[in-house]
Design a protein around this ligand. Structure first.
Ligand code: SF4
Length: 548
């Protein structure tokens, strides 16, 4: 019989680790069909039908479940002989409800599938009864039967690693060096994932050498133990520094508040840009953290950031909107504390009430109302009105466009000098986005400059230091005349003035011929200085200020 593992990723750059692991454990030829949810639905259905499988195993997550439902129903009607099974975090819970309501599903394989997929395939092929497949949920007449999960969890060292037959040049690869998590955050499925298991570092290195050969530029390395076993962490970090290809980045999720000094030292010794660290702060309010079983110590995160060379390693900090007991004021105060830490990115997510999590079970207790379809995002809570949640969606857009894009750092600091905390700056932008919701406000790169220019003028009047800051941000990033973008008159220094400057400072452009060098230099008037910018191939190299 012909089987098909179907993966549908959130976008082309993502890859599905689960189907690759399942294929390897099966010891049997089975095809993988990997698509994205952005592809036309009927085209995806066409690909599945063209593969002519006898049975399909869908890998289900919150980002593809609604599509799987439509595809599964369609396929049942198009070819009722194809058996359809689902597995994955989105379907491992509430299985009775699913099997009663969705008759296109022949069975749900709950929990980790690597140890049970073989039995399921034997069952589909008629060599084993359904009651003999651990973790399988299925219908029998009017009844739904749910077999217990296997008594043992997958031994990570016994797993045959995923293999990659295709080029992964422009794609992100995921790798699990451990499963389970020592923490118990009530909104997260990893906290329910059973005991913690590690893969031996020796095996990790062997797997990684295979992965490096795929040409991937980014590996998302899932290991939540970096603060638990510093010696193991150091060995892994040094391995990446020494052996990973120069253009391959490694992304870690880390609990920064417990960052070990020695681990930090080894991260700092890596080539610049090798590591990206994402750290979940989620909330800095202790009442909120107590409700979700977290203990975030923001001062300890600050100390960790001081240990790290943040010029070399990019740090992303995450916050979540909609946690129990968090209101707008508390969220914004938390944002200001996080912003002070100076991470390159602050990612604002919206609480997802995932099936199987404690927080979903207790949602009513906290007054949390959420979408009934995936991704089950928060609509309102006892402490956050629905309108405030929408306002914070615009706030997240403002942060993504004006904080995470380092292009606007001068303006960011200048508004703070005027006494506006970061949260109020982004809230102002969010408010404007909301008020003008019917207009498309950011049209490309230039649109962002224009929008910010308008916003600063409306909010602060025609303020010279703020305009200077915007100008500095602009010329730091653009080798072109600001007036053409903002639709204003603000002449640059003349070519002659630039040439005279280069005669006085021949070392600035490392070119003895000032006439030739002047082609790469722009002169700009700021409040008390003339600033000269040097570019190469349109990219900013350096600047020099001459007091007027
Ligand atoms: S949110 Fe992170 S730390 Fe908390 S349980 Fe999940 S994986 Fe562990």
């Amino acid at each position: 019989m012909k089987g098909l593992l179907v993966a549908q990723n959130a976008s082309y750059v993502h890859t599905n680790l689960a189907v690759r692991l399942l294929r390897e454990q099966l010891h049997k030829d089975i095809s993988i069909l990997e698509m994205t949810v952005n592809e036309d639905l009927h085209r995806r259905i066409g690909k599945i039908l063209l593969a002519a499988p006898d049975y399909i195993l869908y890998s289900a997550y919150i980002w593809n479940w609604t599509d799987i439902q439509r595809i599964g129903e369609y396929i049942r009607k198009a070819d009722p002989h194809i058996a359809q099974y689902v597995g994955g975090p989105e379907v491992s819970y509430d299985v009775e409800e699913r099997l009663r309501n969705e008759d296109w599903i022949d069975g749900i394989l709950r929990g980790e599938g690597e140890n049970t997929i073989g039995a399921l395939v034997e069952c589909i092929e008629g060599r084993r009864g359904r009651s003999e497949v651990a973790g399988l949920a299925y219908r029998e007449g009017e009844e739904v039967r749910v077999n217990p999960l296997p008594a043992y969890a997958s031994d990570l060292n016994a797993l045959i690693p995923a293999s990659y037959t295709e080029s992964m040049k422009n794609r992100i690869l995921y790798y699990e060096s451990m499963r389970g998590c020592p923490y118990h955050c009530s909104y997260c499925l990893s906290s329910e994932g059973g005991r913690i298991r590690y893969r031996d570092v020796k095996k990790i290195k062997e797997d990684m050498r295979e992965i490096f050969a795929t040409g991937t530029k980014l590996i998302k390395f899932v290991d939540r133990s970096f603060h638990i076993d510093p010696a193991r962490s150091v060995e892994i970090i040094d391995f990446f520094s020494e052996e990973s290809p120069a253009d391959t980045g490694i992304h870690f999720e880390m609990n920064l508040e417990h960052l070990d000094r020695e681990v930090a030292k080894h991260i700092n010794a890596a080539p610049a840009g090798k590591f990206q660290i994402e750290a979940g702060i989620q909330s800095v309010n202790p009442v909120v953290n107590a409700a979700i079983h977290r203990k975030t110590d923001i001062d300890a995160v600050g100390r960790a950031l001081q240990m790290l060379d943040t010029e070399k390693t990019h740090i992303h900090l995450d916050l979540i909107v909609g946690l129990p007991h968090e209101d707008l004021e508390s969220f914004l105060a938390g944002f200001d504390r996080v912003a002070k830490l100076g991470a390159q990115k602050i990612q604002i997510g919206f609480l997802k009430l995932l099936r199987g999590t404690e927080l979903r079970r207790r949602a009513e207790e906290f007054g949390i109302v959420y979408e009934s379809t995936p991704p089950y995002e928060v609509i309102a809570t006892a402490d956050f009105s629905a309108r405030e949640v929408i306002l914070l969606r615009n706030f997240a857009t403002a942060v993504e466009n004006y904080y995470d894009e380092a292009r606007f750092r001068e303006v960011y600091h200048a508004v703070q000098k005027k006494g506006t905390p970061p949260s109020q700056f982004y809230l102002g932008i969010a408010q404007k986005l909301q008020d003008d919701a019917h207009r498309r406000l950011f049209r490309g790169r230039d649109g962002k400059y224009r929008f910010l220019h308008r916003h600063l003028n409306e909010k602060y009047g025609r303020d010279a230091p703020l305009y200077d800051a915007l100008k500095k941000d602009f010329y730091r990033n653009e080798d072109r005349y600001i007036g053409h973008v903002l639709g204003i008159e603000d002449p640059e220094l003349s070519k002659n003035e630039v040439i005279e400057f280069l005669k006085r400072n021949p070392e600035f452009a490392s070119d003895r011929n000032p006439h030739k060098a002047a082609k790469r230099v722009r002169g700009v008037r700021l409040a008390n200085t003339k600033r000269y910018y040097l570019y190469t191939d349109g990219k900013y190299i350096r600047h020099f200020d001459e007091r007027r």
